[in-house]
Design a protein around this ligand. Structure first.
Ligand code: COA
Length: 284
């Protein structure tokens, strides 16, 4: 069905692979188009709890926007393109947890795409850069915003103004990636993390993801207010029942042991009783 991406389902974890290894998985318009369609499909698929995004081959995660499509672009056409349905925007709005499994070059739009994911796990041989400045252009997929947010103004400024690559160890130290692993362990470790998250209650996951995103994008007062609202909807008996039902429905087989584990997971994800009231809000 798709030509530039591959979509595999491994239990509750879906793996979306950008599949243009001969072009180091550069993001062309078709990757954006197919990626947006795939995310729409995965959003509706209740059996999918977590998404992992990676690049085909051993050399590259994504080597940036497809330079071959730059011909004839003007600043205005480029701006319009980024305002359309891009994979960056679709990922940003995707309700389920997304992990970027960075298996090599993570450049330009590739780094922007990784940063639009919720977590980044990289191989020790991965390399990161925003090299747009070397082409006489600027980052268009959120690089100047998300990078600054993740690693701070000084480090972001240096990467954006020089276009230089940093290695995985530096990216880890900067907080650009959560964990790094030897290349031969990357997939197993990423899947382990994805499966761990996939076991949690899905509604609690989604509300928590929204709350963390909101917190990192707004001031503290607004973030606390929004968290309060999420918490209220999470504590509605109907929402809790739905979360539990959802958890156990796609769990096979539905043994009492499994149900018990889900309930524990759900409660640990939403310690409603202990968090209700002003106490927690004032601690945040
Ligand atoms: N867009 C389109 N094609 C790209 C690409 C991109 N961003 N990055 C790599 N490719 C293609 C190359 O043109 C080459 O294709 P070809 O074999 O048909 O000529 C193929 O991928 C392999 O790349 P190559 O440059 O031969 O590999 P390398 O190991 O020598 O260098 C890089 C790897 C990543 C350092 C180098 O490809 C590079 O600098 N790419 C551009 C990165 C960039 O500026 N991205 C941001 C764009 S805004």
């Amino acid at each position: 069905m798709y030509e530039t991406i591959r979509l595999d389902r491994r239990g509750a974890v879906a793996v979306l692979t950008i599949n243009r290894p001969d072009k180091l998985n550069a993001l062309n318009n078709e990757v954006h188009r197919e990626g947006v369609l795939a995310l729409d499909e995965l959003k509706r698929d209740e059996s999918v709890r977590v998404l992992v995004i990676t690049g085909a081959g051993e050399k590259s995660f994504i080597a940036g926007a497809d330079i071959g499509e730059f011909e004839g672009q003007t600043p205005v056409t480029q701006r319009n393109q980024f305002n359309e349905k891009t994979l960056f925007n679709a990922l940003d709005a995707f309700p389920k947890p997304v992990i970027a499994m960075v298996n090599g070059f993570c450049l330009g739009g590739g780094n922007e795409l990784a940063m639009a994911c919720d977590l980044r796990i990289a191989s020790e041989s991965a390399r990161f850069a925003q090299p747009e400045i070397n082409l006489g252009i600027m980052c268009g997929g959120g690089g100047t915003q998300r990078l600054t947010h993740l690693i701070g103004e000084g480090r972001s400024m240096e990467m954006v103004l020089t276009g230089d690559m940093i290695d995985a160890e530096t990216a880890h130290r900067f907080g650009l990636v959560n964990h790094i692993y030897p290349a031969d362990q990357l997939e197993a470790e990423t899947m382990k993390l994805a499966e761990k998250i996939a076991e949690k209650a899905p509604i609690a996951l989604q509300l928590s993801k929204d709350a963390v995103k909101f917190a990192s994008r707004s001031n503290l007062t607004k973030a606390c207010a929004a968290r309060s609202t999420s918490l209220q909807s999470a504590s509605q008996p109907k929402t809790k029942r739905k979360a539990l039902a959802h958890s156990s429905r796609s769990e096979s087989p539905s043994s009492p042991e499994n149900n018990e584990r889900k309930i524990v997971n759900n409660e640990s994800a939403m310690p409603i009783s202990s968090m209700r009231g002003e106490g927690l809000t004032s601690q945040l």
